[in-house]
Design a protein around this ligand. Sequence first.
Ligand code: SF4
Length: 121
Amino acid sequence: MKIENNLKELAAMKAFHKGNREEGLRLQEEFAAAFREEYKDKDHCPCKKACRYHGNCKECVAIHRAHQEHVPNCMRPLLNQKIKLLSELTEHSIANEIEPPKEILRKEFLTKPDPSEPHSK
Ligand code: SF4
């Protein structure tokens, strides 16, 4: 089951936008029920960081609400999609003013040194 851009949930939002709250809620619950079933024993969190709260949305969200600096990692693609549209207004020149932070990732996401690179021994 795909979470991001889930077709059922997209249909639910369409229904809400049309003013059909009952249908929106029905579709939303179908999505939530399918999510509950599929992810009862499976990792649903796309965050790659080495973090003891991985997959624990309740505490993860509370932490982000508490520090007020940025949103949980899983929300980045959604927000970046919107920011990218705004960034077009200045021909993405903001890219010259910012640098992504270095993040500590879980070991399965660390890039392995390339043996063909002279300095990667
Ligand atoms: S809220 Fe936090 S724990 Fe939950 S999916 Fe998003 S990043 Fe992972």
